[in-house]
Design a protein around this ligand. Structure first.
Ligand code: GCO
Ligand code: MG
Length: 412
């Protein structure tokens, strides 16, 4: 089952996506997501210039061997660009294996461990009434779990708040950068951790009073706090029974979580910007967090993330795979197949792509009663409509960044 073609497709229906498409001599095709938000073309070059030529003539059935070859033979290991490229190859090979076997990928991974995947959506508002509207809307859409982000008094534009994003052009307010924040410069946002720490417990108190104790509530700290601030926040949020507090501190200094952990029983999620099992290894061993945020797209594919999650399972740590709109429908499908198969599934982030994106990528997944299911088509269940993709060429776009009131750049 030799690979005869390796194409890299860049398309920007609502935002930029990078997709690897492999074709075998029998005519099987496989898709892999290689999207690295804000740095997309670096992965395009890595794939096109360095990986695609080596794929031609390789046996597509050898998934593990191909993974090890691209990981070890490059010598320069790890990093988001390399691992997104390896992820795309890995996903495409699983897609091909599924098609060749006539089975959906989750069957190849051991079969379904549940009926569907509990998914959470992103509710947000610049103030509490707006936030309540957004939560209600998510409940109407069928979500059984929501992430809660609000504006902070005194700050204009901050992470996660739809109504403060100026780019919606009068359309439905969404902060997930769809349409993406296109332009030659990144958008600047504001930050002040002390105001945020004062405000957030009041928000969760209001949400619990309005929506009751049952609904799982999540929150993303987006790497902004010092360890002691994160410890304070975790402690102050305990009465509101969060499903998780995500990325409470920047990911570089993993020791921080020890301090946070000593002070709070609020469950912690981390790792959306990690890219190998090695980034998670010590945190898992020391049981410093509860949910693995790694994405198939950024962790080197299904093969690598499954190993990480299997290791996490030994410590009762569960999956919480990253699923923002910058994970393409191919990456989302891979996450769904993996999440359905593993025992230690926790929750899946699900932000929902726009209509244009859904026309470029035809998908087989279902979303019913708050649960996602990847569908039963052989492979990953996604096909790429090349004509549609061709209508939307790459557009320069950056992620936003933060400055404090005195102008200091802060973690975003
Ligand atoms: C999340 C993430 C995203 C990221 C985005 C960056 O939890 O969904 O934090 O909102 O900011 O994926 O590309
Ligand atoms: Mg996050």
């Amino acid at each position: 089952m030799n690979i005869v073609k390796a194409e890299v497709v860049v398309t920007s229906p609502d935002r930029n996506f990078v997709t690897l498409k492999l074709t075998t001599e029998e005519g099987f095709t496989g898709l892999g997501d290689a999207t690295l938000n804000g740095r997309e073309l670096a992965v395009v070059s890595y794939l096109q210039d360095h990986v695609a030529p080596l794929l031609i003539g390789k046996d597509a059935s050898r998934i593990e061997d191909t993974w090890q070859f691209f990981y070890r033979s490059a010598y320069w290991r790890r990093g988001p660009v390399t691992m997104a490229a390896i992820a795309a190859v890995d996903m495409a090979l699983w897609d091909i294996k599924g098609k060749a076997a006539g089975m959906p990928v989750y069957q190849l991974l051991g079969g379904a461990s549940r009926q569907g995947l509990l998914a959470y959506g992103h509710a947000s508002g610049s103030d509490i009434p707006e936030l309540f509207d957004s939560i209600r809307k998510h409940l109407e859409l069928g979500f059984r779990a929501v992430r809660v982000q609000t504006g902070v008094p005194g700050l204009n534009a901050i992470y996660g708040i739809a109504s403060q994003s100026k780019e919606t052009g009068g359309g439905e307010a969404r902060y997930d950068h769809e349409p993406a924040r296109r332009g030659a410069q990144p958008v600047q946002e504001d930050w002040d951790t002390r105001s945020y720490l004062r405000h957030l417990p009041r928000v969760f108190e209001a949400v619990r009073n309005e929506f009751g104790p049952e609904i799982p509530l999540l929150h993303d700290g987006h790497h902004r706090m010092t360890p002691i601030q994160a410890a304070q926040l975790g402690k102050n949020l305990e009465p509101y029974d969060l499903f998780w507090l995500e990325d409470c501190t920047p990911a570089e200094n993993q020791e921080s979580l020890k301090l946070v952990r000593q002070h709070t029983t609020t469950p912690l999620a981390i790792g959306e910007i990690f890219n190998t099992a090695w980034d998670f290894k010590d945190l898992i061993r020391d049981q410093l967090f509860d949910y693995v945020r790694g994405a198939v797209t950024h962790m080197g594919g299904i093969t690598a993330l499954k190993k990480t999650l299997d290791y996490a399972a030994m410590y009762q740590i569960k999956s919480g795979m990253h699923g923002p709109t910058d994970i393409s429908p191919v990456g989302m499908a891979a996450a769904m197949h993996l999440g359905l198969a593993i025992h230690n599934f926790g929750i899946q982030e699900y932000m929902q792509h726009g209509d244009r994106t859904n026309q470029v990528f035809e998908q087989s997944f279902t979303w019913q009663d708050g649960l996602l299911h990847p569908g039963d088509k052989p492979g990953l269940g996604v096909s790429l409509n090349i004509d549609e993709a061709g209508k939307y060429p790459y557009q320069q776009a950056y992620l936003p960044f933060n400055r404090l009131a005195d102008g200091t750049v802060h973690d975003w």
